[in-house]
Design a protein. Structure first.
Length: 460
């Protein structure tokens, strides 16, 4: 009787299989489904997310015996968190900056990009699959299976860490404490030329990075300006690089205010040390131009606080004659803004500091939509063949610089120094394109207006 009782208390083969089945259901959801969309990008390149894999596994273990509604909400929560961290990694935004940026989502059009559409479809598909799979029983209790679950998600996290080992430094770039500061406005000598005798023009070019081990890109980066004989006759060239951290607004603060930081602390206070304020005290008019909407990242609010007496945004530029260009960030066509800059400087009654933040090269750069990038082989057949996304972006750089060269080399263009600098490296999704750029530097080109003695001594 005792032996019979003992046999009855032993788990049957069916019971063992049932535990394993529950364990399999759990792994399918919290290890496979929670990560499959991101893991698919391992071979093309993606921000590291080993900790998100661990978080998903731990949350899955905590909620495995809870009601379906709680398990599903937990899954949606960790998937949303992972997606936001992934996007933040691509664009060098920490979570606080990313959450703050979400308020501006209504102003952009991700539907103009296949990449964003594909990402949204994938996320929706994963949520639908999770809704079905989480109705299965995942409440396994055997200690060895719990250990096996931990081994599964920790092993996957280790694989993710290993797959991204060659991309360290490309993501989540925030300025560490004590980071050595550098900027184009300071290092080039541009700001020191504020003597009231000439205009100063600062152009921050969206997503313009330093080519890395790519001679074709290095040759093309500033070619429309430095290879133009008429521009050479009027300007001396100086080139360099500057370190960058975070995203576009941090790049603006770097160049306009001479420090690391972002715009948040400028929403409700003025900074007298920023370049526009300094130049205004020296008698300069100050004008900021941006080809997108002024409400985006509240530029219409903090630009005055750093010294810009006048501001113009995309709608103003289109009223002045610029066409509309599409993309995720639809706004004025950058290639037509140099003409407006020239008109403003010609009409200026006093020395002017004019700042322009470009727009159209924001990634991803789609085809069509009046961006003039479909035939980017006109810029480089080699880039078209090997790096088509970079080719489209370089076509935008080329059009901006060609239009700028035409204006600044004209006989009636007033004396001005011009500085072009990137805000951050292009945040490409895939390793093939992203690794063509230095992960920590942006390029600058300073066109210093030659004095009369310099011009008379120039070869004819």
């Amino acid at each position: 009787m005792t032996a019979l009782t003992a046999d009855m208390e032993k788990p049957s083969l069916w019971q063992v299989d049932d535990e394993v089945r529950k364990f399999g259901n759990w792994v399918l959801v919290w290890v496979v489904l929670a990560n499959i969309g991101f893991a698919a990008m391992w071979f093309s390149g993606a921000p590291p997310r080993h900790m998100e894999i661990v978080y998903a596994g731990l949350i899955g273990l905590v909620v495995k015996r809870m009601p379906f509604a709680i398990r599903y909400l937990a899954f949606v929560g960790i998937l949303t968190f992972s997606t936001l961290k992934f996007v933040g990694g691509l664009f060098n935004l920490d979570m606080s900056s990313l959450f703050y940026s979400l308020q501006f989502f209504a102003e952009i059009k991700p539907s103009n990009s296949f990449d964003y559409i594909a990402g949204a479809v994938t996320i929706i598909g994963v949520m639908i699959a999770a809704y079905k799979l989480l109705r299965r029983n995942t409440d396994f209790a055997r200690p060895l299976l719990i250990i096996a679950a931990a081994v599964a998600f920790i092993s996957l996290a280790a694989v993710d860490l290993w797959m991204g080992k060659d991309m360290r430094g490309h993501y989540f770039r925030a300025a560490p404490e004590g980071a050595v500061f550098g900027s184009a406005t300071g290092d080039s000598g541009f700001a020191a030329r504020a003597d009231g005798k000439r205009h100063l023009v600062l152009i921050v070019v969206e997503a313009m990075g330093v080519p890395k081990d790519n001679p074709e890109m290095a040759k093309l980066l500033f070619a429309p300006l430095v290879d133009n004989a008429a521009v050479q006759a009027r300007y001396d060239f100086k080139r360099g690089t500057a370190p960058y951290y975070n995203s576009t607004t941090a790049g603006e603060i770097r160049e306009l205010c001479g420090r690391w930081g972002d715009y948040y602390d400028l929403l409700d206070r003025k900074d007298s040390g920023c370049l526009p304020n300094v130049l205004a005290k020296k008698g300069y008019d100050t004008l900021a131009m941006h080809s997108f909407t002024g409400s985006f990242f509240k530029r219409e609010q903090w630009y005055p606080n750093i010294g810009f007496a006048k501001r113009e945004f995309g709608k103003d530029m289109m009223k002045a004659g610029a066409e509309k260009c599409g993309g995720v960030f639809p706004g004025a066509c950058d290639r037509q803004i140099p003409q407006q800059i020239a008109a403003k400087l010609k009409a200026a009654q006093k020395p002017t500091f004019l700042y322009w933040l470009t727009l159209n090269s924001h990634l991803p750069v789609p085809s069509g939509l009046n961006l003039n990038v479909d035939n980017c082989e006109r810029v480089s057949p080699l880039l078209k063949a090997e790096f088509p996304q970079i080719c489209r972006q370089f076509a935008i750089y080329h059009d901006i610089q060609t239009a700028l060269a035409d204006e600044i080399s004209a006989s009636d263009f007033p004396d001005a120094d011009i500085l072009l600098v990137g805000d951050h490296m292009p945040p490409y999704f895939d390793r093939h394109h992203r690794t063509q750029f230095d992960p920590g530097q942006v390029p600058w080109l300073y066109l210093r207006r030659k004095d009369e003695a310099d011009k008379s001594a120039a070869p004819r």
